[in-house]
Design a protein around this ligand. Sequence first.
Ligand SMILES: NC(=O)c1ccc[n+]([C@@H]2O[C@H](COP(=O)([O-])OP(=O)(O)OC[C@H]3O[C@@H](n4cnc5c(N)ncnc54)[C@H](OP(=O)(O)O)[C@@H]3O)[C@@H](O)[C@H]2O)c1
Length: 369
Amino acid sequence: MNEFQISKSNYSNCRIIDVDLTNSTLADDEVLVKVDKFALTANNITYAVVGEQIGYWQFFPPHASAGQTSDDIAGWGILPVWGFADVIESNNAEVPVGERLFGYFPPASHLLMKPTKVSPTAWIDGSSHRAALPVGYNIYRKVESAATSEKAFEDDRMLLYPLHLTSFALYDFFKSNDWFGATQVVMLSASSKTSTGLAYGISNDSSAPSQVALTSTRNKEMVKGLGAYDRTLSYDQISEIDASKPTLIVDMSGNGSVLNDLHRHLGDNMRFCSNVGVTHWKETNSGPDFIKDRSEFFFAPSQLQKRIKEWGMQGFEEKSGEYLKYSFEKSREWLKMTDIDGLQGMSDIFEDVCEGKIAPESGLIIRMP
Ligand SMILES: NC(=O)c1ccc[n+]([C@@H]2O[C@H](COP(=O)([O-])OP(=O)(O)OC[C@H]3O[C@@H](n4cnc5c(N)ncnc54)[C@H](OP(=O)(O)O)[C@@H]3O)[C@@H](O)[C@H]2O)c1
């Protein structure tokens, strides 16, 4: 088996490690899955950026290859990715060989897992090192139990589902808080898929506030072309935003100086700032005008868990399903899937992903041999 590891202190420094599994046998209830394909976006880089705070490094501890010691893997970690895998060996009576799964995997050829709470549609990886991590990341959905027509949308699903489910969680959170009194929403890193998923939901709701997109100069035309935002500005055009309107900021960028300038420009009309992402992960130092007491970190898994509890799984799936159907349909109008050949292909483009050099309309899909 092989796996893709990155240096925790320099993300674009990556390596592919060969791990010898030939002498290992499955423990009781364990299964071995072969990873088939997965998506790669800025979200995965954010898993590294906040890896220590939120525990993302703990999902898939790195292995040492033959001849390596634990010292050789110190400082290295594995980025979780969303994708599909197939069970190829099973020591678990409830999980047969051939079962196909959608969920959180390492960028690796294989993964040892311990299915628990097996239901007709899903199960949870009960591996002890994952027990304390947010449950939403430990659920694996059986793919054959989904409608056959859904199989054709596997690429959309692994690329967009985790991001647009966050967009749905944001939409629901803002709407249930009356948009924090705002009449305009300003979205940062507006070209990201999480932002566009939210922009489609907002533009589809006639009672929602108007939307201003903030993006890099190079991505302005693409964002304009989406037709989802009412106005599109670049980061150096903050002064053109109407500061007389009560405003909700949705920040996917984490860019400290942009946030500082935007908070200063809006002053009292900065009603709420939702800190969602850190796509600009090298520029996070905020300045003196950042309004901390009206800013809040948003963690989608917590909001989603809360709603599943309140609405029940069926109610949740109905509401989120309707939202995602529309945001997926709109995204298909411009999204271009780009196939990447295995872990070596991922290694070749990984620095560009870290540096934000991938065109926003591109959807990177790593296909494993
Ligand atoms: N809090 C949560 O629960 C949660 C859940 C899901 C996603 N998120 C976060 O939302 C953010 C967006 O994720 P995504 O997967 O949707 O992104 P994506 O589609 O891959 O976004 C690409 C865009 O991000 C910006 N970007 C990416 N890397 C950059 C870099 N190194 N330097 C400068 N700009 C860069 C650029 O946008 P601009 O030019 O428009 O800035 C680029 O067009 C991530 O930080 C992700 O972790 C948070």
